[in-house]
Design a protein around this ligand. Structure first.
Ligand code: PMV
Length: 344
């Protein structure tokens, strides 16, 4: 008998402070969002494996038998292993992806194939072992952008709010429930290329760039301190400090060369409503976060969201500190999630 449908979800995440600096050994603060990605794993008896990622228009099907011819090199490895360049090339062939293609939808197919071959075939992925999930998610990140710091997979696995430095993770005990806007400028960018451009700038101007990274590190540390204080002894001034940290970091990230006109626009639009924003993640486009301080009137929030949408951006209102990767029973899921999954 085929096993039942398995429903899994993982939180969206943002880096509050420390993107790019974390690649160079500095502190990053990352938080899980109450915006989740749901995955429905459904067994089939037709000998095929299908991948459907509706949000980015990916719909692919493979014969399991055809994949099995390929997978011996993966199955022989006992533990979590980084993808070798040869394996990635082989996967590109199977997936019919051009060699030099870096489009996110193609990279996501590659990451899926790599993890499918390495994990699902071993029947190990059902284990509730967050360490293992985190390690494999890191390898998926490697397929996508080569040399990731590990902060993204860690926050999506563990959830909550994390301090991350050189593989060392500590959870913020009780992160305050901050409301934010997450805005997608829809400007495509390559994390790999942006990380490489920061590295090149660091090599070219070490005396200028190193202090910037040190300053970003200090911003992350100060933010962590304030977040702790906000729970222990909340005071309205703490939001002003968070806003100042956001502004300073955004200027630093521009100086690292990972800004973009669309992100400047995002910051200007929210500033016109008295709100402070910064890019989150690799920059060069992509997403920004805006802090929503308590006491904001609903019409003001709606007007800001409307202004961002008028720029052609997608905007979500959410809160930080969501649970990490989770398995759901069918009965515990919200009706709207079911509806969305059924519509696929
Ligand atoms: O935009 P994302 O989710 O790819 O985040 C990248 C964060 C960086 O610090 C720029 C890279 C990394 O591996 O930490």
């Amino acid at each position: 008998m085929l096993p039942e449908v398995l429903l899994v979800s993982a939180p969206g995440k943002v880096i509050l402070h420390g993107e790019h600096a974390v690649v160079h050994g500095k502190v990053a603060l990352a938080v899980a969002l109450n915006l989740r990605t749901f995955l429905r794993l459904q067994p089939h008896s037709d000998g095929k494996v299908a991948l459907n990622l509706p949000n980015i228009g990916v719909m692919r099907t493979w014969d399991v038998a055809r994949l099995q011819v390929l997978d011996t090199s993966f199955l022989e490895q006992g533990d979590v292993t980084p993808p070798t360049p040869e394996q990635v090339e082989k996967l590109k062939e199977v997936a019919g992806i051009p060699e030099d293609c870096a489009a996110p939808e193609h990279l996501s197919v590659l990451a899926f194939l790599y993890l499918y071959l390495a994990i699902c075939q071993k029947q190990r992925w059902m284990e509730e072992d967050l360490e293992l999930i985190n390690k494999w998610a890191f390898q998926g990140e490697r397929v996508i952008h080569g040399n990731p710091s590990g902060v993204d997979n860690a926050i999506s696995t563990w959830g909550g709010a994390l301090r991350y430095q050189q593989g060392k993770i500590s959870s913020l005990k009780r992160p305050p429930v901050l409301q934010i806007l997450l805005t997608n400028t829809k400007v495509p960018r390559s994390t790999k290329a942006l990380v490489a451009s920061v590295r090149n700038r660091l090599i070219k101007f070490p005396e200028i760039m190193a202090p910037l990274l040190t300053s970003i590190d200090a911003i992350s540390v100060e933010c962590e301190r304030v977040l702790g204080e906000m729970v222990a002894a909340p005071a309205p001034e703490q939001y002003l400090v968070l806003e100042e940290l956001i502004d300073m970091n955004q200027h630093h990230l521009n100086a690292l060369g990972v800004g973009h006109a669309a992100l400047d626009r995002l910051c200007q639009v929210t500033m016109a409503h008295g709100l402070h924003s910064k890019l989150t993640g690799a920059g060069g486009g992509g997403c920004g976060i805006t802090l929503l301080k308590p006491g904001l009137e609903r019409p003001e929030v709606e007007a800001t969201k409307q202004a961002l949408s008028s720029c052609g951006f997608d905007c979500w209102e959410t809160s930080i500190g969501a649970p990490g990767v989770s398995v759901h029973s069918a009965t515990s899921l919200d009706g709207h999630v079911w509806q969305a999954l059924d519509g696929l």
